[in-house]
Design a protein around this ligand. Structure first.
Ligand code: C5P
Length: 285
């Protein structure tokens, strides 16, 4: 039996624009994704000689073929025509679910990367990302990681240069939002303030952190903030203690800020700890 270890990093959306509804009912997006060092850890036992099994350190996560990590493993084995003769996936979960941090997708991407490496890289990174697209919309980006412009449903990726070193503080309030419902709300009303992708790309290319943070914008932020006033409270703590931006990631409910040093991040966490337990500090990866 061989054990493979693989980290699975969370993502935040530095920008997120919803462009329109497609004939298949999904929406086309344009978004700058950024990997952050908040992580799950995966261990894969190959050749257990037993039926497939998935274990997760956190309760409430499906531990069968509904889990994206399981789906990714199954699809990889089919397409690579390999038979692991028993597979156990163990997930040490830290990335909160229903947060917009892509935790399930990160786990699936980690499985794809680990299996691809184990079986002698039958797929290029691009091919692996295409396989990931069949598992979930955020999986292709999670296969690639770093900083990237993401379009379509998530399958079109254009890598961007890494952003300057900085720290992310992420706060996940207890509420969660229904993603389909949020898309319905966006369809029903004109979007008042969209991200300026030209400005964001120029800021990233220039390595200008202040300009990057000025261009942070997510169109889901207004609808989620309007429904949940506590988002405003978290943002105001971010801003008061040196946060350079304050925005929702994905369809929420996690909110993030960017700060120039760990000291700022630690102070912000101190200020929120009394009210919120799901607090994370990460760096860009
Ligand atoms: O990707 P996820 O499973 O989180 O999507 C949940 C729902 O959000 C989809 O069933 C769809 O209604 C909506 N969605 C969308 N366009 C996307 C992604 C999700 O309309 N690009």
């Amino acid at each position: 039996m061989t054990t493979l270890l693989e980290p699975a990093f969370a993502k935040v959306n530095l920008t997120l624009d919803v462009l329109g509804r497609r004939p298949d009912g999904y929406h086309d997006l344009r978004s700058v994704f950024q990997t952050v060092s908040v992580r799950d850890d995966l261990a894969l036992d190959i050749g257990t000689g037993k039926p497939w099994r998935l274990q997760c350190s956190k309760e409430g996560i499906p531990c069968d073929e509904r889990n994206l990590a399981w789906k990714a493993a199954k699809l990889f084995c089919e397409l690579a025509k390999v038979e692991p003769e028993g597979l156990e996936i163990r997930i040490t979960k830290r990335i909160p679910s229903e947060a917009g941090l892509g935790g399930g997708s990160a786990d699936a991407a980690a499985v794809l990367r680990a299996l691809n490496r184990h079986y002698g890289s039958p797929f290029s990174v691009g091919a692996l990302a295409e396989i990931g697209a069949q598992v979930g919309s955020d999986v292709p980006f999670c296969v690639l990681g770093g900083t990237a412009m993401v379009e379509g449903r998530g399958e079109r990726l254009r890598p961007l240069p890494p952003i300057p070193e900085c720290f992310f503080v992420i706060c996940k309030p207890d509420f969660s939002s229904s993603t389909p419902e949020l898309y319905r709300q966006l369809d029903a009303q004109p979007i008042a303030c969209r991200p300026d992708h030209r400005a964001m790309e120029a800021a990233i290319l220039a390595g200008d952190l202040a300009a990057i943070t000025r261009s942070v914008r997510n169109v889901f932020d207004d609808v989620v903030s309007a429904a949940h006033p506590e988002v405003g409270g978290i943002k105001s703590v971010f801003r008061t203690y040196g946060g350079m931006c304050a925005e929702l990631t994905g369809s929420g409910s996690a909110i993030f800020t960017i700060v120039p040093s760990f000291e700022y991040a630690a102070v912000i966490c101190d200020m929120l700890r009394g009210q919120y337990s799901n607090l994370f500090i990460g760096k860009s990866v």
